[in-house]
Each structure stands twice: as C-alpha cells, then as structure tokens.
Design a protein around this ligand. Structure first.
Ligand SMILES: [Zn+2]
Length: 123
C-alpha cells in the first residue's frame, strides 16, 4: 500500500467515523425524546398509535446498534492504522494484502474477499 493510499483510507475512515457519531448522537436524542414520559389520556385510549410508536422505537434501537457496531469496526481499523500500520490492509486470516479497491469501499475490512466469503460474512 502506498503512502497516499493509506492517507486516503485514513481520511475516509475518519469521515465515516464522524458521520456515524453524528447519526448516533441524533438517534440518542430521538430515543430519549420518545422515551415513555407521563402517558397522555389519548395515547391509552388509542392502542394502535402506541403500537406504531413502539415499533418505530425498536427500529431505532436496531439501527443504532448496527451503527454502533460499524463504528466499533471503524475505530478498530483506525487503531490498527496508527499503531500497527504494517498490518493495516492485511487479511487477518490468511495474511495476504487486501486489494485497495476493496479497502476503498470498506476501509475497515479485516479479511480479504475469499476469506470473507469462506467465513460466511455479509460484506
Ligand atoms: Zn484472506
């Protein structure tokens, strides 16, 4: 991997990280706003509305969890990039270099394509 390729990936990791943090912060706000407060009379009288609200909140949690997992992978990739740059972009399973085209799409990839598909991953 060339210096400029590494810089490029570092930048996209940092950008992804910032955007995930933004999304998560927004979700936190929304989840807090929607958290059950004092229940209004109408809400009790119309159970369908409460159900819809509940489903949407669950979806937020699922999304937030997904984003948080991705954020963790991004952080791990950045840690590796800074602390063990010689291992960045190297498949953790077979030790071969992960093609730059793959890293450009998934800068936090830890496995090469063939190991990923063997592992039954979903990339
Ligand atoms: Zn591999």
């Amino acid at each position: 991997m060339t210096r400029s390729e590494r810089r490029y990936l570092e930048r996209s990791l940092l950008e992804e990280r910032a955007s995930k943090l933004g999304v998560l912060a927004k979700m936190d706000e929304r989840i807090e706003l929607e958290a059950p407060g004092p229940v209004a009379e109408e809400a009790v009288a119309v159970p369908q509305v409460a159900e819809i609200e509940h489903t949407r909140e669950d979806l937020d949690y699922v999304l937030a969890e997904k984003e948080a997992q991705l954020l963790e992978q991004i952080n791990a990739a950045l840690r590796k990039l800074y602390q063990q740059p010689e291992w960045f972009g190297v498949c953790e399973h077979c030790g071969s270099a992960i093609p730059f085209e793959r890293l450009a799409l998934v800068p936090w990839a830890r496995l090469c394509m063939s190991c990923e598909s063997k592992a039954g991953g979903h990339a």
